[in-house]
Design a protein around this ligand. Structure first.
Ligand SMILES: [Zn+2]
Length: 400
């Protein structure tokens, strides 16, 4: 009886969201040989990505809401972010610390959410009036709920580098995605614990139940400061061969990082090249920006159907019911899923054009401090917020 209980407890521990699974036992040391073999070159660990729209035994169809949370880059060193400078309030409003973010992953995992890729949620289908988007049936392990994650501005903007964020994504010596940056003393740090991407990678390694299909998140990229910490952008003034050669080097350097991200469940979307507002309907600007994104970013990350509106602002006067010229143009460039920001994971399949519009919830400092109730299905802000690290500002939690 006791032994059965122990085995059960161990099983729960291994599968659950709380405790990490123990590392596998190291292989026995090899027999000594006369001629030492050269050290094996490391191989990347295999990674399986499967299709949640396929029926599987033990999986049940999900017809409810597919929740969608989006994050900004996380703060690696709060003492640099919250140092009283002019950026402090904005960082407190929009960002999480790495520790808060990790706690949120643990909480959504414990609450039964599992990751699905945004590209799995809808598909394009030929209809009477041409192609239209339709919602897919997701087959999930019984009792689980689907969750899409997206990450805006994964560009490593220069202002972030000075404010306690990591500087770029790299492939570490273990061939896994890691971040590189500088600690407050100025020492170079390569880590998997300081950046939203490797933190999620590591969490899924330790809790494979959180991502049964291998999905991670969708990285929403602008182009004006390059991508993923690599300066792959052009400028319109003062461009010369030396700058172009340096840019091409950055493009080559980021390619293996993109490949490894894709191989391990990450996908990409556009956040426009210049983080531009789409609401004003300035078609000249919107077209030039889109062409530049496709040329400088799309050429690296590949085709994408996902567009994340900068500032959450919808095209053509910010009215979701409209299908105006800017929306039609963007759809014509291949985008099908148009993501804004809201108070719930709203989504609507447009009837007059092949496109889906959706809202994402925004876990960040403002909602931690002011909208605890809206996020209780995912986490309790009281358990997440790091009031020791953050500046002293008001917290508005309703009476319990
Ligand atoms: Zn943004």
């Amino acid at each position: 009886m006791g032994r059965v209980f122990l085995a059960l407890a161990l099983l729960i521990l291994l599968g659950g969201c709380g405790a990490p699974a123990p590392a596998p036992a190291p292989p026995p040391p090899p027999e000594p040989e006369e001629v030492p073999a050269p050290p094996p070159s490391p191989e990347p660990e295999p990674y399986a990505i499967t299709d949640p729209t396929e029926e599987r035994e033990g999986h049940v169809p999900w017809t409810g809401v597919v929740e969608h949370l989006f994050f900004h880059p996380v703060i690696a060193y709060p003492e640099l972010a919250f140092d009283g400078d002019s950026q402090e309030s904005g960082l407190d409003d929009y960002m999480f610390t790495a520790g808060e973010y990790e706690k949120i992953l643990r909480s959504v995992c414990e609450k039964g959410y599992i990751l699905v890729d945004i590209n799995s949620v809808w598909r394009e289908e030929e209809g009477e009036d041409g192609p239209r988007m339709v919602r897919n049936t997701l087959y999930l392990p019984e009792g689980k709920k689907p969750l899409v994650l997206s990450f805006d501005d994964v560009n490593y903007y220069p202002y972030m580098l000075e404010n306690g964020f990591t500087h770029k994504l790299i492939i570490g010596e273990d061939l896994k995605i890691a971040s590189r940056g500088l600690d407050p003393a100025g020492n170079e740090v390569v880590s998997r614990d300081l950046d939203a991407v490797p933190i999620l990678d590591k969490f899924v390694e330790e809790h494979p139940d959180f991502s049964p299909f291998g999905a991670k998140g969708c990285l929403s990229l602008t182009g004006y400061e390059g991508i993923l910490g690599y300066r792959t952008q052009t400028t319109t003034t003062g461009w010369d061969d030396v700058k172009e050669a340096a840019r091409q080097k950055e493009r080559e350097a980021v390619r293996p990082v993109i490949e490894e991200l894709k191989r391990t469940g990450w996908t990409f979307g556009s956040h426009t090249w210049g983080h531009i507002r789409l609401g004003d309907g300035n078609m000249t600007r919107i077209q030039a920006d889109t062409e530049r994104w496709l040329d400088e970013v799309g050429s690296l990350v590949g085709e994408t159907k996902i567009l994340f509106y900068p500032h959450g602002e919808r095209p053509d006067g910010n009215d979701w019911t409209l299908t105006g010229p800017a929306f039609q143009y963007l759809q014509g460039q291949g985008f099908r899923v148009f993501c804004s920001v809201g108070v719930e994971s709203f989504s609507f399949i447009k009837k007059d054009i092949c496109a889906v519009i959706c809202d994402r919830l925004h876990p960040d400092g403002t909602t931690l401090r002011r909208h605890r109730d809206q996020y209780l299905q995912f986490y309790d802000a009281k358990d997440i917020i790091d009031l020791d690290a953050r500046p002293e500002r008001e917290v508005l939690w309703p009476e319990e």
